[in-house]
Write a protein that binds this ligand. Structure first.
Ligand code: PHE
Length: 495
C-alpha cells in the first residue's frame, strides 16, 4: 500500500514538479491522511529521492452547530422562511414550537437585518428576498479554513459556529536522486551475496545511527553464586570474616606441608593434583623459621608431642606449585598469620574455587567450589564442633545431622557430617570437619591451649540439591546448560 502511494507521489512530482499539500492528493478514492503521507514520504526522503517540508496551519473549522447552519441556513434565515410560509405571520410561541431554541436568536437577528417586523402579536415578513450571509461565510470557512473578514470571523466565533484548529500537511519536491521507480535497498549483507558476488551490484541502506539498538539480554548470576550469597549471609550472621581466596596457584607448602600432609601422601600425586609446569616451583620459601619447624614436625613430631612421620622431609617437594586442591590452603596461611600477629579468637570463612585432577562425570568436576570455615579459640572441644555444625546447618533447615569418624591428615578427630534429605529419601554427606592437629598448630607457634575447628563442603552439592540438578556438568564446564543458568531463580537455603 505504501509502495502504491509512493508511486502516486513520484508520478505527481514528475508531472507537476511540486506537491504543495499532500492532503490534497486522492489515493484509493480518499484524501491522503497525514499518517499515510508520512510513512510514504519518510522512506523516499531517506533515499534522497524527494525533499519535504512539514507545515502547520492555524485554521477555523465549523462546530457541530456551525455544520447544521451551513447545511440548513442560519437561525435568522430559518425564522424568515417559517414566517414566509405562514399565511399571515406567526406569534413568538408558534415560531418557538416550530424552531425550538433557534427561534429566539433567529428572530432577534432577523429583526436587526430588517427581514421581519411586528404586526400586533404577529411577526410578519418585511422583505421578499434575503441573502443568508452567515451560511455562505460558514461554507467558505468549511472550504478554505479561513475568512478575510475578521469582524465576521469574530462574530461567528462568538456564536460558537466555528472554532480554531490546526492542520498539518507536507509539501514535497524532487530530491537529488529523484526517479520514478523506488529502488529496493538491501538491509543486510548476506553470506550468499558474498559468495556469488552479487553484493557488488546491490545498493545498501544507509546506517540509521538514530535507531534504537536491540536491547541487550540481561546478565544473570550463576546459580552457584546465588547459593554462595546465601552461605555468605549465614557466615556474616554468625560473625565470621571472609578470607582472601583470590589466588588459585599455591605453593605445595601451604596446600599440604603446613597442614601436616605427608610428602608421600597420595593426594600429592599428579593423579589427584594439578601441578604447574612453568614455573614448576617457587624459588624459595619465605618463612624460613616456620619452614624449619614444619620440617621438624613432619620428621619427628617437633614440639607437638607426637612422633612425626619419621621420614625425611624435602623442601624441594614443598616448593612445587599446584592449583590449590582445597581452600584449606588459605586457612593454613590465615592461621599462621594469626600465630605470628599474636593469637586472638577468630572465625574465618571462604567460598571459592578449587581444582582436582579428577575424571569428570555426573557428580565430579575438575574445578569446583568449597565452602570453608575455621573457628579458633582456647579450649574448644569436639562438642563445640558438633554444636556449631547444628547451628550452621540448622540455618538451612538441615536439622537431623549424623557424624561419622573419618580421616584427614590435618585434623584429629575428623568427622563427616550427614544430613537426612527428605526429597532424596536418604542420608547425604554434607560436609567434612575436624579439629586441626597439634602437629599443625604447634609448628605455627599457636599457644598450646588453642584449639581450632575446621570444616569444608562443596558449594555444588547444596546447589544441585536446591535446584534439583542431577548432572553437575550442566552447572559448569563445556556442557553447561545456559538456559538453566539464566532461568534459575534466587534461592533461600532456609526456606
Ligand atoms: N579440606 C577439606 C576437604 O577438602 C575440608 C576440611 C577443611 C576438613 C577443614 C577439615 C578441616 O574436604
Amino acid at each position: 500500500r505504501t509502495e502504491a502511494l509512493q508511486s502516486l507521489l513520484l508520478h505527481e512530482l514528475n508531472d507537476n514538479e511540486i506537491i504543495s499539500n499532500t492532503s490534497d492528493l486522492v489515493f484509493e478514492g480518499k484524501k491522503v491522511t497525514l499518517q499515510d503521507a508520512q510513512s510514504a514520504i519518510l522512506s523516499l526522503a531517506a533515499k534522497s529521492m524527494i525533499e519535504f517540508e512539514r507545515h502547520e496551519l492555524d485554521v477555523f473549522v465549523l462546530t457541530q452547530e456551525g455544520e447544521l447552519v451551513c447545511k440548513e441556513g442560519s437561525h435568522e434565515a430559518r425564522v424568515f422562511q417559517e414566517i414566509c410560509q405562514s399565511m399571515n405571520g406567526l406569534t413568538i410561541d408558534e415560531l418557538k414550537s416550530k424552531l425550538g431554541n433557534s427561534a429566539g436568536v433567529g428572530q432577534g437577528k432577523a429583526f436587526k437585518m430588517g427581514w421581519i417586523r411586528k404586526e400586533g402579536a404577529k411577526l410578519v415578513k418585511n422583505t421578499d428576498t434575503i441573502v443568508d450571509d452567515t451560511q455562505s461565510k460558514l461554507q467558505k470557512i468549511k472550504d478554505v479554513g479561513k475568512l478575510d473578514d475578521t469582524k465576521a470571523l469574530n462574530e461567528l466565533k462568538k456564536r460558537k459556529l466555528i472554532e480554531k484548529s490546526k492542520v498539518v500537511y507536507f509539501s514535497v519536491k524532487k530530491g537529488p536522486k529523484f526517479s520514478l521507480t523506488v529502488e529496493k535497498l538491501e538491509a543486510d549483507l548476506t553470506s550468499e551475496m558474498l559468495t556469488n558476488g552479487s553484493w557488488k551490484e546491490k545498493k545498501f541502506k544507509d546506517y540509521n545511527f538514530a535507531a534504537d539498538g536491540v536491547p541487550p539480554r540481561g546478565g544473570c548470576l550463576h546459580p552457584l553464586m546465588k547459593v554462595r550469597e546465601e552461605f555468605r549471609r549465614f557466615f556474616f550472621e554468625l560473625g565470621f570474616t571472609e578470607m582472601p581466596t583470590d589466588q588459585f596457584v599455591e605453593i605445595g607448602f601451604w596446600n599440604f606441608d603446613a597442614l601436616y600432609v605427608p610428602q608421600q601422601h597420595s593426594a600429592r600425586d599428579a593423579q589427584d593434583t594439578f601441578f604447574l609446569k612453568k614455573p614448576a616451583a617457587a624459588e624459595k620459601l619465605r618463612e624460613t623459621d616456620y619452614v624449619a619447624s614444619v620440617k621438624n614436625t613432619h620428621e619427628n613430631g617437633g614440639v607437638s608431642g607426637g612422633i612425626g612421620y619419621r621420614a625425611p622431609w624435602s623442601e624441594e617437594e614443598s616448593k612445587k606449585l599446584v592449583l590449590r586442591t582445597h581452600t584449606t590452603a588459605v586457612s593454613s596461611q590465615m592461621l599462621y598469620k594469626l600465630a605470628k600477629d599474636g593469637f586472638k579468637p577468630c572465625k574465618y570463612f571462604s567460598i571459592d574455587r578449587v581444582f582436582r585432577n579428577e575424571t569428570v562425570d555426573a557428580t565430579h568436576l575438575a574445578e569446583f567450589h568449597q565452602v570453608e570455615g575455621v573457628i579458633c579459640d582456647k579450649n574448644l572441644t569436639l562438642g563445640d564442633l558438633i554444636g556449631f555444625m547444628k547451628v550452621f546447618f540448622g540455618k538451612m533447615n538441615a536439622r537431623e545431622l549424623r557424624f561419622k569418624p573419618t580421616y584427614n591428615p590435618y585434623t584429629e578427630p575428623s568427622l563427616e557430617i550427614y544430613s537426612y534429605h527428605e526429597g532424596l529419601g536418604k542420608w547425604v554427606e554434607i560436609g567434612n570437619s575436624g579439629l586441626f592437629r597439634p602437629e599443625m598448630l604447634s609448628a605455627m607457634g599457636l599457644p598450646e591451649d588453642v584449639r581450632c575447628i575446621g570444616f569444608g563442603l562443596s558449594l555444588e552439592r547444596p546447589t544441585m540439591i536446591k535446584y534439583e540438578i542431577n548432572d553437575i556438568r550442566q552447572l559448569m564446564g563445556p556442557r553447561v546448560d545456559l538456559e538453566l543458568i539464566e532461568a534459575s531463580p534466587i534461592v533461600r537455603l532456609d526456606k
